[in-house]
Design a protein around this ligand. Sequence first.
Ligand SMILES: [Fe+2]
Ligand SMILES: [Fe+2]
Length: 437
Amino acid sequence: MVTVKRFRGRAVLRVLGLAAGLALIAFAADHLGFGRTEVAVITVVGGLLSALAIELPWKGFLFPGDALLVCLCLLTASNRIVLLALGAALVSGSLAISFGRTTLVAAFRNAIASLAAVAIWRLLVPSLDILLDGGRSFRLTGNTFGNWLVTAEAIPALLLASLAFVVGATVTESLLRGRREYAFGEFWFLNAGRNLHHLIFTAVLGSIAAVAYRDTGAVAFVFFTFPVILTRDALKRSLELRASRFQALKALSSSVDARDRYTYDHSNRVSRLATMLAREMGFPESMVELIEGGALLHDIGKLSVDIDILSKPGSLDAEERAVIEQHPLDSAEVVSRVDLLKESTEIVRHHHERPDGRGYPGGLKGHEIPVGARILNVADAFDAMISDRPYRKRKSVEEALDELKRGAGDEFDPVVVEYLTRLVAEKREEIVGSKDS
Ligand SMILES: [Fe+2]
Ligand SMILES: [Fe+2]
């Protein structure tokens, strides 16, 4: 009963957020000097586009709402665009999984990005007097500015202002979502692929819409919504295909684990846990997916290890250890040949490295070890500890966490261990499930 009430409460909050977002967009469009019909179009199209996130099969997302925001920054050159940006953030946040947090991040991100775009645009437009009429409204069509907009000279300005938007958005988002140790450098780097697509999409679409507005008015925004929706549907199909290929990988990984009763379902569990950790640590979905895929086949190299060595109860001699230590290299070799997974190769290759440099196969230290491998390493070790192995009985969850903490810094990445501890405290059932006895 309580759950139902809480669910309804949240739903009401979301509907209110959505309504407030749309109202804010309309209010802002009115104050930016658009006519009544234009306000209506901007509200509907703005609401719709802000609600869409186009998932890309290769990396991350495109946010078509951003293209409209960029376009409006260009058209108005006004800081009042911030209100509209906040409205768009409310709309997108109301539909997101974690309503409060997403809205807050989106609000900051949109506001900073719009202000950055307006600031650069104001610097680059030859004369603001042409653009702004009395500081409140703007008259674009048919004047000198409108004509300037379609000249070659305007292109760099259009693109630079859009670039300012995307950079503003990504920097703010990285700072708010990224976490301490991984925060800036790594986060930014990992986001680079996504930023590039987003940049091109936002800049080009935003600029084209601004130019189209010169001749057709706000109807231009309606036109550019159709290709956006078509693209989204096409990409959704291709993602579904990708998901089915992932299913095939899962089946393959289960057959590797099934070779030996001790590792039954190990790779699937490790993959699930590593994925949760990467998300919790604030990494972008593109990175999460690399870890997920890599984890599924991280031990596939063990297929060439003799089953007697794998299930030997006592300790291993030097030769046997060398055979075992070959497995990350063999796994990496396999992964590098699978198109869907080849970007996970380094994660797989280094999943047995240790921060103190005493791991294998590379003897890499600390941050030399790819962050995905550090995450996979902790997830792998935790799952092994709470499972029975031929040479020892399984540990309790608490014992395993204590052991990880003792090894943090030498054997395991301390930040990942910290996140795992927190994750287990929050989602114990989901992580440990039936093993928790
Ligand atoms: Fe391994
Ligand atoms: Fe493993």
